[in-house]
Write a protein that binds this ligand. Structure first.
Ligand SMILES: NC(=O)C1=CN([C@@H]2O[C@H](COP(=O)(O)OP(=O)(O)OC[C@H]3O[C@@H](n4cnc5c(N)ncnc54)[C@H](O)[C@@H]3O)[C@@H](O)[C@H]2O)C=CC1
Ligand SMILES: O=C(CO)COP(=O)(O)O
Length: 320
């Protein structure tokens, strides 16, 4: 059995995929009305419309109903993870907790596994990340993800438990690399969307993606990540997907920024808060991250896209 806490698009998609593969799955929704709606219609119309919930998927509203030691996938937005863990500490302890959120906490600069470690020391923290759209996973399309857990044996067990016919899970012990890849790619996706939204062209986007990848590597390697993690699914893989697809909310948010249009504030855009958290960390560590800096300035309204591009293009010429 597996449990998923958070019935947004991603949590629901993972629950559907695991249940369709024959596992018993409990999907927790914090809102009882939403839970009742899903039980009645066998669909999560609010977040993942058009996909039926398999019979093996049970909707729950109390995390206490999850049996002891069963792994729980935590699928809430990054900036909400702390609140959720604080509220449900007792129910979630003593088991593997797999963060499925991508980002860095704004108030502390911590990634998801460090937050789990701090708040629920009895849990085994892990991270599930990599290039995957909820809609693709829910429709049973082939997807490859990275499971990062510093404990090799626990990572192996989670890899087995989460692999399905369509979900291929790779494993690493490098939680820092996996977390930072997933965090920084969203910042670069905002920048890529902005460039495309403003009509600056695909060549400019390719340049931005490549130099964004250099920023991701600079920060992650300085924090002890392994280079292979960054060139793998959770780094390069997710950067490639998110910077080139209209399915990405970070990319679409960037497009709106580039076109000077507003964007629905209720949509989860992880890169917005994370860009500030990453920039703060980079400044402390004296790491040069000009694209991240430009994204933050655009979000603050202190820099227009054209000015940001001029700033990036007029930097001193140097070796690649
Ligand atoms: N949607 C996607 O295609 C993918 C999303 N992710 C990651 O998954 C994470 C969640 O994203 P989505 O599910 O897409 O977002 P979403 O916006 O669809 O859903 C977020 C869910 O979290 C719940 N929530 C918010 N605050 C909460 C709290 N304090 N306690 C409990 N529940 C709370 C909301 O009610 C909602 O059900 C993000 O970090 C995202 O980067 C990762 C890969 C793919
Ligand atoms: O992380 C994702 C794809 O791997 C989903 O991207 P968005 O959050 O930008 O939609």
């Amino acid at each position: 059995m597996i449990a998923v806490a958070g019935s947004g698009a991603f949590g629901t998609a993972l629950a559907i995929s695991l249940a369709a593969n024959g596992q018993a799955v409990q999907l927790w929704a914090r809102d009882p009305d939403h839970a009742e709606e899903m039980r009645r219609t066998r669909e999560n119309a609010r977040r993942l419309p058009g996909v039926a919930l398999p019979d093996a998927l049970q909707i729950i509203t109390e995390l206490e109903t999850i049996p002891a030691e069963i792994p729980v996938l935590l699928s809430v937005p990054m900036q909400r993870l702390r609140d959720m863990l604080v509220l449900h500490k007792l129910a979630l302890g003593g088991r593997p907790l797999v963060a499925c959120c991508k980002g860095v906490e704004l108030s502390t600069g911590l990634g998801p596994t460090a937050i789990i470690e701090e708040l629920i020391p009895s849990a085994m923290p892990a991270m599930l990340t990599g290039p995957s759209f909820a809609a693709d996973i829910a429709r049973g399309l082939p997807t490859a993800l990275t499971l990062a857990c510093h404990d090799r044996a626990a990572g192996r067990a989670l890899q087995q438990a989460l692999s399905t016919h369509n979900l291929r899970i790779y494993r690493t012990t490098d939680t820092i690399g996996a977390e930072l890849g997933g965090a920084v790619k969203n910042v670069i996706a905002i920048a890529s969307g902005a460039v495309m939204g403003a009509g600056l062209g695909e060549s400019a986007r390719a340049a931005l993606m490549t130099r964004g990848f250099a920023e991701m590597q600079r920060m992650a390697l300085a924090l002890g990540a392994q280079p292979e993690t960054l060139s793998g699914l959770s780094g390069f893989g997710d950067l490639a997907l998110t910077c080139t697809s209209d399915q990405s909310r970070n990319y679409r948010f960037g497009q709106s920024l580039g076109r000077g249009e507003s964007f629905d504030a209720s949509i989860t855009v992880e890169g917005a808060a994370t860009s500030r958290a990453v920039l703060e960390r980079a400044r402390e560590m004296k790491i040069d991250m000009p694209i991240t800096e430009a994204v933050v300035a655009m979000l603050d309204g202190t820099l227009q896209l054209r000015q940001a591009m001029e700033m990036l293009l007029s930097r001193p010429l140097k070796e690649e």
